[in-house]
Design a protein around this ligand. Structure first.
Ligand SMILES: Nc1nc2c(c(=O)[nH]1)N[C@H]1C(S)=C(S)[C@@H](COP(=O)(O)O)O[C@H]1N2
Ligand SMILES: [Mo]
Length: 389
């Protein structure tokens, strides 16, 4: 299949780059028109080169959609090997009509487009104290894109999923670096799989899904953290229970109630991490900016996993009361909203700007997020400092 042949040339390009750190301007199908750019040229922060973990600088999140070539990348294993064309997605397990789907066959089903936030569960890990091992993400393991493709439920219905199916197992084409390393096998409960907002996306921001983001197809689970958004999707299998293996059974679990460092937790004390919490980020000005005295617009984004953002408040300086920022756009489950406020007649001095969002569940961002041993779901009040001269 053409799309995949092009991704192969991109792989070759990847290998030719020092350290393998490279992103492509606009992904698989646009290789002919866009020359690949190195991650540092796209302004991404390289957290790891093998596997590839790239963070978006928070100023690149300034706007409703995050450009594909500036979108963060998180991969646990190697990127898929060449030689997989034509792409085929297997749907089976507890199903009366198991079958394989090609990309062309998927494109004949009803196509839907959903704007949604993709955030790594570990975004903000660098802010937990005591410090934690793992990728030291700061603010930008998050982005917002318009995802389009087919509803997962449309495939499951055609497969004739059986009554006993409680979970949907998901496996991508990314191979483990050695036979002993586990694959990134994950599952979602059947209720979430049947939700019409759960998609198999083949497009991102109107372009064919870039290879680094799971092209040609990935799962999109609006409202849920990135670990569910399986990339390079090859196998969907209906089963009674959750997926086995470390990525489902040990990883991505949170204590039911906060547990201090050193606490011994039993499996029964942990629940799978699914829904994101309420969070906001300041996208302009940049941290550490020097500003002229006078009027400035401060901007950012805010989102939550379940329900919608009801307000964003800001405070400039230590003793300022919280004031409401202006939320833009419409609330939509799983999507984010931009916000802004006018900082008028800023006088010379050094300032800390803080923002916090609240959502329709009545949750507000805390000063700091309760420590958890994997450093998941940081949503402490966002802040930056700047100087007015
Ligand atoms: N096949 C596969 N899918 C995957 C992963 C992976 O390592 N392999 N990482 C997951 C995690 S933890 C995140 S945060 C998102 C990141 O998606 P992105 O690289 O498009 O930003 O992909 C998810 N899907
Ligand atoms: Mo992640």
């Amino acid at each position: 299949m053409l799309e995949f042949d092009r991704s192969i040339s991109r792989r070759t390009a990847l290998r030719r780059t020092v350290g393998g750190v490279l992103v492509c301007g606009s992904g698989v199908a646009s290789l002919e028109t866009h020359s690949p750019v190195r991650a540092d040229e796209a302004g991404l922060i390289v957290r790891n080169s093998r596997p590839l973990d790239l963070e978006t600088p928070v100023t690149a999140l300034d706007g409703w959609l995050t450009p594909n070539d500036q979108f963060f990348v998180r991969s646990h294993l190697s990127t898929p090997a060449i030689g997989l064309a034509p792409w085929s997605l297997q749907v089976g397990g507890l199903a009366d009509h198991p079958r394989a789907w090609s990309l062309n066959e998927l494109q004949k089903l009803e196509q839907v487009k959903i704007p949604a936030v993709l955030q790594c569960a570990g975004n903000g890990r660098a802010y937990f104290r005591p410090r934690l091992p793992g990728v030291q993400w700061e603010k930008g393991a998050v982005g917002h894109a318009e995802w389009s493709g087919v509803r997962l439920v449309d495939l499951l219905e055609r497969a004739g999923y059986q009554r006993g199916a409680g979970h949907v197992h998901l496996l991508g084409a990314d191979p483990p670096p050695s036979p002993k390393t586990p694959r990134f096998l994950r599952s979602i409960p059947i209720e979430r799989a049947l939700d019409p907002n759960t998609l198999i996306a083949t497009h991102m921001n109107g372009e064919p899904l870039p290879f680094l983001h799971g092209g040609p197809m990935r799962l999109v689970v609006p409202g849920w953290a990135g670990n569910h958004w399986l990339k390079w999707l090859r196998q969907i299998s209906l089963a009674k229970d959750e997926a086995p293996g470390t990525y489902q059974q040990s990883g991505y679990r949170m204590p039911k109630s906060p547990a201090p460092p050193g606490a011994v937790l039993k499996p029964a004390d942990l629940v799978p991490l699914t829904v994101m919490n309420v969070k906001s980020l300041i996208t302009a000005p940049a941290d550490g900016s020097m500003l002229k005295a006078g009027n400035h617009e401060v901007r950012g984004v805010a989102w939550t996993g379940d329900g919608h953002v009801t307000k964003v408040e800001y405070a400039v300086g230590p003793n300022s009361p919280w004031r409401p920022a202006t939320l833009q756009g419409e609330p939509r489950q799983g999507s984010w909203r931009t916000w802004k406020f006018a900082w008028e007649t800023a006088q010379p001095g050094k300032y800390t700007i803080r923002v916090r969002a609240s959502d329709s569940n009545g949750d507000t961002q805390p000063e700091t997020t309760a420590w958890n041993k994997s450093g998941y779901l940081w949503n402490g009040i966002d802040r930056l400092t700047c100087e007015v001269r």
